[in-house]
Structure formats: structure tokens, C-alpha cells
Design a protein around this ligand. Structure first.
Ligand code: 2AM
Length: 194
């Protein structure tokens, strides 16, 4: 049986990915690659549901689920701005750029989460908090590293990086390698447009 590490996400147009890349350049320079694993520009996305390792035999079922859930929600605009970290600013693990969207995004995520649970996928314990992960703090970060991340964040400001219309949701395959993650779209489902 072939298994695929996979997740469901919203895609960000290249022009916004590049704007993010450009804006966070000073941050990347200040913190460096030793402390943070930075996400490649083309990999910036908004995860709606992480599925983990799935059997390739379940792809058809997941595609049907995605088509059904996407078809219930009207396409919607997003705005990208702001900077933050999870779980807390003083103990950062995930560094992110903010995503602002109307209720349709949460409706879409809730629908997918609940349909995935019915198909047997583990429920997400954390509340949905839409974001674009720009980097992950390395495990070995010390208290002083955390302080320098926090101070650098305090000094940084990420303004409006653009708007986009979201009209589809995608199932991705994720392949992890030493050179970084490679994400490949396996299936796309359109949102409602009328
Ligand atoms: P995040 O960037 O919002 O944290 C692809 O790996 C995506 O799935 C990541 O961008 C990450 O979303 C999410 N992800 C990866 N591993 C995960 C896990 N163990 N639990 C939940 N989400 C995960």
C-alpha cells in the first residue's frame, strides 16, 4: 500500500508569496537560518486540514469530500498583513504572516474538518487560526534565542501585502527531504462562484 503525507490548503497567488518573501527579508537576515527553518516562497499556503499519512486508495474519497465541501461555500477575498508567532510571542515555535478573511474561510474549514472526521481522520485539537507559516523555530533554540526572536518581532512591522480572491481549495502531497518540503497538488475543488 502506498502512503502519502498530505494536507488540504488554500493557495496564495505568486505575487503575494513574493511580496511576503520581500517583506520578511530583513527578518530572515536578522534571525538567520541556524535558528529558524524558513519556508520557501512557493510553499507559502494556508493549511485547512493536515491529514498526515493517507493511503493512495483513499484519494478518490477525499476528492469527493473536497468537491462537496468546496461546492457549499462562496469564493471569498483574503487580505495578507501582520506578523505573529505560535504558541506565544515569548516562546515561538511557528512564525507567521497574518491572513484576514470573511466567515466563508471558517465555514469551509469547519465543513472540511467535520467531513474528514466522519471519514476517520483525527480531529484537530487546536482552534482554527488562519495564518501563513513563514518559518519554524528549530528545536534547539535556547531561552536567549527566544528572546532575540521576540525582540526582532517587536521591532518588525508587516503592512498590507495584498489581496486575492480564493476560488478553490486543494489537496496536496508533501514530500520531506533535506532540501526542504516539496508540495504537489493532487486534486483541486472549486468554490461556488455565483
Ligand atoms: P502550518 O504551516 O499551518 O503549521 C504541510 O505540512 C502543512 O500541514 C504545514 O504547513 C502545517 O501547517 C501542517 N502540518 C504539518 N504537520 C502537522 C501536524 N503534525 N499537525 C498539524 N498540522 C501539521
Amino acid at each position: 500500500m502506498t502512503t502519502l503525507r498530505s494536507f488540504i490548503a488554500v493557495e496564495i497567488p505568486p505575487v503575494i508569496q513574493q511580496a511576503i518573501q520581500h517583506e520578511i527579508e530583513p527578518l530572515r537576515g536578522a534571525l538567520g537560518p541556524g535558528l529558524v527553518r524558513w519556508v520557501a516562497c512557493q510553499n507559502l499556503h494556508v493549511t485547512l486540514k493536515f491529514l498526515g499519512d493517507i493511503s493512495s486508495e483513499t484519494l478518490g474519497m477525499l476528492a469527493n469530500m473536497l468537491t462537496l465541501e468546496a461546492g457549499r461555500v462562496q469564493s471569498f477575498p483574503i487580505r495578507v498583513s501582520g506578523l505573529g508567532s505560535f504558541p506565544t510571542p515569548k516562546r515561538a515555535r511557528v512564525l507567521w504572516v497574518g491572513l484576514h478573511a470573511p466567515a466563508e474561510l471558517s465555514t469551509l474549514q469547519r465543513g472540511i474538518e467535520s467531513a474528514a472526521a466522519k471519514l476517520g481522520y483525527a480531529a484537530e485539537a487546536r482552534p482554527f487560526s488562519p495564518h501563513l507559516t513563514i518559518g519554524r523555530v528549530r528545536q534547539q533554540a535556547t531561552a536567549s534565542d527566544q528572546q532575540s526572536i521576540w525582540k526582532t518581532f517587536e521591532r518588525s512591522h508587516i503592512g498590507d501585502l495584498g489581496n486575492a480572491e480564493i476560488s478553490a481549495v486543494h489537496l496536496y502531497k508533501s514530500e520531506l527531504s533535506r532540501g526542504g518540503a516539496v508540495y504537489t497538488k493532487l486534486f483541486s475543488a472549486p468554490l461556488k462562484t455565483s
